[in-house]
Design a protein around this ligand. Structure first.
Ligand code: GBH
Length: 469
C-alpha cells in the first residue's frame, strides 16, 4: 500500500497548473466603452444571419464590469492559473498607433487582482478579435497585419511584461485563418482558399514577431502559442485513407507546427496546395522569424477528426465547394462521424484523441513542455429544486479527459497544466448564447453567476491534486 489517500487514485505532479480559460470577446461585453472600437467579431455578429439568434458580444457575461466577482469565483475553485485574452481593439482601437490608457488599465487591474488572489495570469494576445480597421485594410491575408500585431505585442509586453507569467501569442490560428477566411463560419466571414493560406502564413509570422517583442521586454516570462491540433484518425490503414489523414494533418497541424518548431513549411502541404498557390507570399527570412524559440506549446482539444479517402459517390460540387476550410485537401477527404456520445455541439466525446495527441507531441516535439490551454464541453444544465445546477455529462467528460491526460503523463508526455474551457457560460461564436461551456452558469438576463456541479467537482480535483476513483 502506498501513502496516498485511498480516495485519490490518479495523482497529478506537484506544481501541475490547474486553470480555467476564457476569451475577451466571449465574456467582456462593454463593446463600445472606454475607447474600444469594433473588431471583426462585432461587425460579423451584427450582420444578420451570421450568428445564431442574432446574438452579439455587446454585453456578453459583462465581465468588464465584474472582474472582481469573477476572480472571486476562481478563488473559490482554487485554480492556480487563469487564461484570458486581451482585446486588441480595447488597447489599440485602430490597430495602429499609441495605446489607449483605459484599455491598458482594465488589463492591469485584472492582472493585479489575479496576482493578489494568488492566481497566475496567462494572457493570450489574440483570440480572434482583429480591429475592424485592419480587416478593412485587408486583414490577415495581408502581410502588414502581422507587422501591426508585432507592434501591439510590443505595447502589451511593455505594459504587463513584468506581471504576466505566461504569454500565448495566438489562439487557434487554424480557426482564425480557415474558418475566418476559408469557409466563412467565423469573422470576417470570407470564403477564399488562397486568403486562408495567406492568413495562416501571416499568423505564423505575427506569432514570431510577437515572440521577438515579448522576449526582449519580458525575458522572464514563459512564451507560448495555442493551437487547436486536429487529432486525425484514418478510417483504416488503406493507403488512400492514410493519405487523407496526411492531408488533414498537413493543412490542419503541420502548417503551424513546422514553421514554428522546424523553420520550414511542410513539403507535402506545398504540393497539395499547388492548385491554390505557389506560396510566393512567404518571403526570405520569414521562416527564421516564425521559428523563434518558444517555451511551451498550448493545445486546445475537444474531439478527434476521423477521415477517409473521399468516396467517389460524394458529390464533387459539395466536396470541392469554395467554402471548405481545408485548402488543398477538399475533394480528397471525407469526414466521418466518430461513434459514441455527443456534446450539445454535436461533437463526439472521445478522450482517446487527447491521449493520442499528447503522445504524438511527446514524440514529435521532444523537450517542448505542453499546456492543455482548453478542454471542455457544451451541455445544457438544469437547476434542481434545491437550486443546485446539475451538469452530470460535463463532469463525466472532464473526468474522462483528465484521465487521458494522466495516462499521457504516465507515458512520458510533458504536460504542465490543464485549463478548463470555460470558467463562464459565454458567447459561443457562431452559436451565440445557445451553447453553454461554463462550469459557472450565467443567467444572461441578470448576469447572476451560479456554480454548476462541475465547478464543485473541479474544485475538489484541484484540492486533492488528482482524480478520485
Ligand atoms: C475553441 O475553438 C475556442 O478557442 C473557444 O473560443 C471556443 O469557445 C471553444 O473552442 C468552444 O468552441 O468537426 O465536429 O469535430 C474550438 C474550435 C472546435 C474547431 C472543434 C474545430 C471541429 C468540430 N474547434 N471543431 S467537429
Amino acid at each position: 500500500l502506498d501513502a496516498r489517500p485511498a480516495t485519490t487514485t490518479l495523482r497529478f505532479p506537484t506544481g501541475f497548473r490547474w486553470g480555467t480559460a476564457t476569451a475577451a470577446y466571449q465574456i467582456e461585453g462593454a463593446a463600445s466603452e472606454d475607447g474600444r472600437t469594433p473588431s471583426i467579431w462585432d461587425t460579423f455578429s451584427r450582420t444578420p444571419g451570421r450568428v445564431r439568434n442574432g446574438d452579439t458580444g455587446d454585453v456578453a457575461a459583462d465581465h468588464y464590469h465584474r472582474v472582481s466577482e469573477d476572480i472571486g469565483l476562481m478563488r473559490r475553485l482554487g485554480v492556480t492559473d487563469y487564461r484570458f485574452s486581451i482585446a486588441w481593439p480595447r488597447v489599440q482601437p485602430t490597430g495602429r498607433g499609441p495605446a489607449v490608457q483605459k484599455g491598458l488599465d482594465f488589463y492591469r487591474r485584472l492582472v493585479d487582482e489575479l496576482l493578489e488572489a494568488g492566481i497566475r495570469p496567462v494572457a493570450t494576445l489574440y483570440h480572434w478579435d482583429l480591429p475592424q480597421e485592419l480587416e478593412d485594410a485587408g486583414g490577415w491575408p495581408e502581410r502588414d497585419t502581422a507587422y501591426r500585431f508585432g507592434e501591439y505585442a510590443a505595447i502589451m509586453a511593455e505594459a504587463l511584461g513584468d506581471r504576466v507569467a505566461t504569454w500565448t501569442t495566438l489562439n487557434e490560428p487554424w480557426c482564425a485563418a480557415f474558418l475566418g477566411y476559408g469557409n466563412g463560419e467565423h469573422a470576417p466571414g470570407r470564403t477564399s482558399a488562397i486568403a486562408s493560406l495567406r492568413a495562416a502564413h501571416h499568423f505564423n509570422l505575427a506569432h514570431g514577431l510577437a515572440v521577438g517583442q515579448l522576449r526582449g521586454t519580458a525575458p522572464a516570462a514563459e512564451i507560448s502559442l495555442t493551437l487547436n491540433l486536429h487529432a486525425v484518425r484514418p478510417r483504416s490503414n488503406a493507403p488512400e485513407d492514410l493519405d487523407a489523414a496526411r492531408r488533414i494533418d498537413a493543412v490542419g497541424n503541420r502548417i503551424f507546427l513546422d514553421p514554428v518548431f522546424r523553420g520550414r513549411l511542410p513539403e507535402d502541404l506545398i504540393h497539395d496546395t499547388a492548385p491554390v498557390t505557389d506560396w510566393s507570399f512567404v518571403l526570405d527570412g520569414d521562416l527564421d522569424v516564425t521559428a523563434a524559440p518558444i517555451d511551451s506549446l498550448g493545445i486546445n482539444y475537444y474531439s478527434p477528426t476521423v477521415v477517409a479517402a473521399a468516396s467517389p459517390s460524394s458529390s464533387p460540387s459539395s466536396s470541392s465547394s469554395p467554402s471548405s476550410p481545408w485548402a488543398g485537401a477538399e475533394g480528397h477527404v471525407s469526414f466521418l462521424p466518430a461513434p459514441g456520445p455527443r456534446t450539445a455541439m454535436n461533437w463526439p466525446v472521445d478522450a482517446g484523441g487527447l491521449y493520442e495527441l499528447l503522445v504524438r507531441l511527446r514524440d514529435d516535439l521532444p523537450g517542448v513542455p505542453l499546456l492543455i490551454t482548453e478542454n471542455g464541453a457544451a451541455y445544457d444544465d438544469y437547476a434542481d429544486p434545491s437550486g443546485a445546477v446539475k451538469d452530470p455529462e460535463r463532469v463525466e467528460y472532464l473526468h474522462a479527459h483528465l484521465t487521458a491526460v494522466h495516462r499521457a503523463l504516465a507515458d512520458g508526455a510533458d504536460v504542465r497544466g490543464y485549463f478548463l474551457w470555460s470558467l463562464l457560460d459565454n458567447f459561443e461564436w457562431a452559436y451565440g448564447y445557445s451553447k453553454r461551456f461554463g462550469i459557472v452558469h450565467v443567467d444572461f438576463a441578470t448576469q447572476r453567476r451560479t456554480l454548476k456541479d462541475s465547478a464543485r467537482w473541479y474544485a475538489d480535483i484541484i484540492a486533492r491534486g488528482g482524480l478520485p476513483a
